[in-house]
Design a protein around this ligand. Structure first.
Ligand code: GCV
Length: 717
């Protein structure tokens, strides 16, 4: 049997011998199934051989990925040659690593230190494609981009692609505990098998790093922000070092969360006061020790004085004192601190939406050069819709990095289909107006607006031990989209969805268009059936599963849904204008003026900023009460439509993935209806208004919904 036949036989054996695992989602978007070259002839002429490169592990990985990808997509092993022998060669490398690249017109100055160019060129008289970067990791990113071009069936001639990341730190935050429970995780246990590390390195760790590199993610915070000091002990540093060793060739650096009280818990000190010399010395020694295990350790992510976590305020110091102490220890190693601005206090009566700004803005300019303040996208907590956090634009002297949530704590866990890129995009495109029109949040975090020296974006990961990584097939798209937007905060959520659908499922236009449309509307559907018109935080206590707008008796006011919606007989919504908490004043004057006036506030944020009458006339002509019911109905109907769309695709998707998506959509419809019915039953008990004509009454009484309990809902904190 010749080489090609042997290869085809192997492919057939793999696909026929284990159909149950053939399409289980493990391959993510790096799914290199053979293309039909009758429909995509570009592949036949564009990719005939791969020119080998020697050099670093990273270059080897890049070459290996290209060989694997091209062979899979072509359906035969690609020839690997020392120099182009015919047209259709693919070359990769840096001008330093590959003499063949030295004389080519690459204009690599456009690529920066981490970017790449992909160009159609002539080498030794042969038409070729070159993938080049100024650094080896740039080449790796370029290799993934080139594969994406094939996976999405793009032309392979006349190429002049240039891409460089707009943010420096593109990081996944894993809220993973050392016992493998994942806080707000809905995809099994932690991907990190701490107990078996460092001896056993699961192959999945390599695939994790591949997937991260394929979308430009270059950092991984391994541990939960609700931190455990044990992760800083030698035994666990050895485990983290083993993971760092796997990730290194892929350009993914390891970070850890630092528990502020670790000097007491591990060091036996009496205090963790950041100004105490013994504490500072302890951290310095600890950081030096970490670098002995992990020479390219990235640094710390810290949650301090937030939700019961220890911090500098325990010693009457401020956030800058705390961050700067760690920064000082990390600076000699080029490490950084990501200090979270997610703070709200049980003692303060100040509107929770105002508190982060109140605590952090006075500290602008007081943080060390290697500190970034990590800010959640909205002022509260990863709700289906929030306005952008007023911190963006308000700290010109302190690098602010974005924190998005990829895991869907408040958007239906892993079962609801909600493509989050439109949410991310809405925030990144929001105009802070701090330096005139066009001062978008994207320009704050990429440093363009204030000239930040450090820039970054973090996403709270949705990755776990489930075979399909994310708990559902469509949640993989949120990991993918996060990386793409961290690389380019101005990228289009629609274009990203289209790439993902083509790479993950199919290039069939009859599949791509309806499925992309379904994804693009999916987040708005969740907003409508959970928290329409600017409502927020109506989720079940603790686990955040299902509706519980009636809860108002928890010890901390801001843990109660009733704190957020403030519904009563007169109306609904949180008054944050000048007559209320005046949170609107934290925005720049033009934005503040818009949000302060209920007539100018966008209706999709109306109840976030204002308490308004049930009878207020909305732009639709309906009253607010009628509009609320209409939105809830609209959300449920949107899910029904998603189900209908998916049902038409049964022949175009492998049966395994089709069935799981279909089953999850059925769950989503049931739960959307539950949300709609429970919220309408509750709000009607306050509004005392009749349901609008034609609106279906809730299936059960309010008492029934209030009686439902879910002690074992996943992902609890
Ligand atoms: C890690 C929310 C979540 C918590 C999370 C916290 C945070 O409150 O419910 O589980 O804690 O945010 O971001 O620190």
């Amino acid at each position: 049997m010749n080489h090609r036949l042997l290869w085809l036989a192997c492919l057939a054996a793999v696909s026929f011998s284990c159909p149950a695992t053939a399409e289980d989602g493990y391959d993510l978007w790096l799914r290199y199934r053979a293309a039909d070259t009758r429909e995509y002839s570009a592949l036949t002429s564009g990719v005939r051989e791969l020119v080998t490169v020697s050099g670093s592990e990273t270059l080897k990985v890049a070459q290996g990925e290209l060989a694997r990808g091209i062979s899979g997509l072509v359906g035969a092993p690609v020839a690997q040659v020392a120099a182009p022998t015919q047209s259709g060669a693919v070359l990769l490398g840096t001008p330093r690593s590959s003499p063949l690249l030295a004389g080519l017109p690459l204009a690599l100055d456009r690529a920066g230190s981490e970017g790449y160019v992909i160009r159609s060129v002539i080498v030794n008289g042969h038409a070729a494609t070159v993938i080049a970067g100024n650094s080896d990791v740039g080449v790796l990113y370029g290799a993934f981009h080139f594969l994406r071009l094939i996976q999405t069936r793009q032309a392979l001639t006349g190429l002049d692609v240039v891409s460089r990341p707009r943010t420096q730190l593109r990081i996944l935050d894993h809220w993973d505990n050392l016992d493998r429970h994942v806080e707000r995780g809905y995809s099994g246990q932690s991907i990190w098998d701490w107990h078996r590390l460092p001896g056993w390195l699961e192959p999945r760790y390599t695939d994790y790093a591949r997937a991260c590199a394929s979308i430009g993610v270059n950092g991984s915070v391994l541990t939960n922000v609700n931190a455990n000091a044990t992760s800083l002990t030698p035994a666990y540093l050895e485990k983290a070092a083993a993971l760092a060793g796997v990730f290194r060739p892929y350009g993914v650096r390891v970070y850890l969360t630092a528990r502020f009280s670790a000097p007491i818990e591990l060091g036996g000190l009496k205090t963790a006061d950041p100004l105490d010399p013994a504490v500072r010395a302890w951290w310095k020694a600890k950081v030096d020790e970490i670098y002995r295990y992990i020479p390219d350790f990235g640094g710390f992510l810290v949650k301090a004085n937030s939700e019961g976590q220890p911090g500098p305020q325990d010693y009457k110091r401020n956030h800058a004192d705390g961050a700067n102490m760690l920064a000082e220890a990390l600076a000699p190693h080029d490490g950084i601190v990501m200090w979270r601005a997610f703070v709200y206090s049980s003692e303060k009566t100040e509107d929770r939406a105002r508190q982060a700004y109140s605590e952090f803005v006075p500290l602008d300019g007081k943080f060390a050069d290697n500190v970034l303040v990590q800010v959640k996208n909205g002022p509260i907590d990863f709700q289906p819709r929030e306005p952008f956090s007023p911190l963006f634009g308000a700290m010109p002297k302190t690098p602010l990095m974005m924190e998005f949530q990829i895991t869907k704590e408040y958007l239906g866990f892993a079962t609801h289909l909600a493509y989050l890129a439109p949410l991310y995009e809405e925030v990144l495109d929001a105009d802070t107006m701090v330096a005139g029109k066009g001062s978008t949040v994207a320009k704050v975090i990429d440093g363009a607006l204030h000239g930040y020296k450090l820039t970054g974006m973090a996403g709270v990961a949705n990755i776990g031990s489930d075979r399909n990584w994310s708990g559902s097939h469509f949640d993989q798209a949120n990991w993918f989209a996060f990386g793409r937007l961290a690389w380019d905060p101005d990228a289009s959520s629609q274009a990203i969805a289209e790439d993902w659908v083509r790479m993950t499922f199919s290039n069939d236009p009859a599949f791509v268009k309806p499925v992309v449309d379904m994804m693009m509307g999916s987040r708005e559907a969740v907003v409508d059936y959970m928290t329409p018109l600017g409502l927020a935080h109506l989720m079940g206590t603790g686990h955040h599963y299902g509706p519980a707008p009636w809860v108002g008796d928890l010890s901390r006011p801001e843990w109660n849904p009733a704190y957020y919606h403030r519904a009563d007989a007169s109306g609904i919504g949180f008054e944050r204008g000048p007559g209320g908490s005046n949170a609107t004043a934290q925005y720049s004057p033009k934005v503040a003026a818009r949000y302060a006036d209920p007539k100018k506030t966008p209706e999709n944020l109306l109840l976030w900023f204002h308490h308004v009458s049930w009878d207020r006339r909305m732009t639709s002509g309906r009253t607010l009460w009628e509009e609320l019911v209409h939105r809830y109905d609209h959300g449920v109907e949107a899910v029904r439509q998603m189900r209908r769309t998916w049902d038409t695709q049964s022949g175009r998707v492998d049966p395994e993935r089709f069935a799981q998506v279909a089953a999850f959509l059925a769950i989503q419809e049931q739960e959307a209806k539950w949300w709609r019915d429970a919220c309408i039953a509750y709000f009607q008990s306050l509004s005392k208004r009749p349901l609008p004509p034609g609106a279906e009454p809730p299936a059960h009484s309010l008492e029934y919904y209030q009686s439902l309990k879910f002690p074992y809902a996943p992902g609890r904190g």
